[in-house]
Design a protein around this ligand. Structure first.
Ligand SMILES: [Zn+2]
Ligand SMILES: [Zn+2]
Length: 109
């Protein structure tokens, strides 16, 4: 949600986060370490590749997400999408994006 409405404050993020405040801080730290978000004061803003960030977000929050592009109910594809399978969204039916590996998420800036 940082990408859709950011920069956002921690308070705002907490309201949208469903996995608990502790997990949110862990996730934000991890995303920042991966260069996927940037923090200015108390505001968190987007940084880097949205595709990678979506997958990282889904990983950290534990929400249902597309295994191909990493989109979720809270963070759909840029053009919008819907579920076509348990772990596949409509955007990925015809042209699935390559799934990023864990190594890719931890890649160099
Ligand atoms: Zn997808
Ligand atoms: Zn999608």
């Amino acid at each position: 949600m940082i990408w859709q409405g950011g920069p956002l404050s921690l308070d705002t993020l907490t309201r949208h986060w469903t996995a608990g405040a502790g997990a949110l801080r862990v996730a934000l730290d991890a995303l920042e370490a991966q260069g996927l978000i940037t923090r200015t004061g108390t505001l968190y803003g987007p940084e880097g590749d949205e595709h990678a960030a979506r997958q990282a977000y889904a990983h950290h929050s534990g929400v249902r997400a597309c295994t191909h592009c990493g989109c979720s109910d809270l963070w759909a594809c840029p053009d919008g999408c819907w579920w076509t399978g348990e772990t596949q969204c409509s955007s990925c039916v015809d042209a699935p994006l390559p799934a990023l590996s864990a190594a890719g998420l931890a890649g160099t800036p």
